[in-house]
Ligand binder design. Structure first.
Ligand code: ADP
Length: 208
């Protein structure tokens, strides 16, 4: 727990599980949300020191004409080359964490808890020492594939490759402090979020 008493809930889940939707529902209840994916996205647009570093280390081929990151090309490279993946992570992760810490400090006196969205919370451990509790959005792989297909137009094989790179469902479930099962309607999801919000506000939940 932070000295200021504000709790940090780490929100995670596989691709297409419903993390962004859950984050939005918490935000609608007035909970501050810090999203590491959004920060990464911002760092992928100019002006950005991360992009300058990418141009230096990977070459300007990975930068689009408008100056942003060529995501498709980078995704292709890091799937095929583990060293490149580590190199890219070393450019992004420390910068993302610095911004997260700044945003947490800004929220500290205003709120009993914040939601920190970290898709690979259990895979990377970067945030395990700063969160008080983890919240997993869980659903079957079939639901994940169906939702991502609708949202992105990626092919089945591309989606299953991304899923295979993430922690298996069972391992995530074992590590999570709280779980929202997102296999029903959005109304159902909303009531799960409201119930958890009550509990987090009361601060009676089991914090690790
Ligand atoms: P993630 O952030 O985990 O990748 P999203 O929150 O973006 O997942 O959800 C993936 C897609 O599925 C989105 O288009 C979202 O609107 C949709 N979705 C999520 N949960 C539900 C649900 N319970 N019912 C219907 N559609 C859903």
């Amino acid at each position: 727990m932070r000295a200021d008493g504000m709790k940090i809930i780490g929100l995670t889940g596989g691709i297409g599980s419903g993390k962004s939707t859950v984050a939005r529902l918490f935000a609608e209840l007035g909970v501050p949300v810090i999203d590491t994916d959004e920060i990464a996205h911002e760092l992928s647009h100019p002006p950005s020191k991360a992009l300058e570093q990418i141009a230096l280390e990977f070459g300007t081929d990975f930068i689009e004409k408008e100056g942003g990151l060529n995501r498709a090309r980078m995704r292709e490279l890091i799937f095929a080359d583990a060293d490149a993946k580590v190199k890219l992570e070393n450019i992004f992760h420390p910068r993302i964490k610095t911004i997260v810490m700044q945003q947490l400090d800004k929220q500290a006196i205003h709120t009993p808890y914040v939601l920190l969205v970290v898709p690979l919370l259990f895979e990377t451990n970067t945030y395990s020492s700063i969160i008080d509790s983890s919240l997993l959005v869980d659903c079957s792989e079939e639901h994940q594939i169906e939702r991502v297909k609708l949202r992105s137009g990626l092919k089945n094989t591309e989606i299953t490759a991304i899923i295979a790179n993430q922690l298996p469902r069972k391992a995530r479930i074992q590590r999570a402090n709280d779980i929202i099962l997102n296999e029903s309607t959005l109304a159902h999801l909303q009531s799960s979020v409201s119930a958890l919000h009550q509990r987090y506000q009361d601060q009676t939940c089991r914090f690790t």
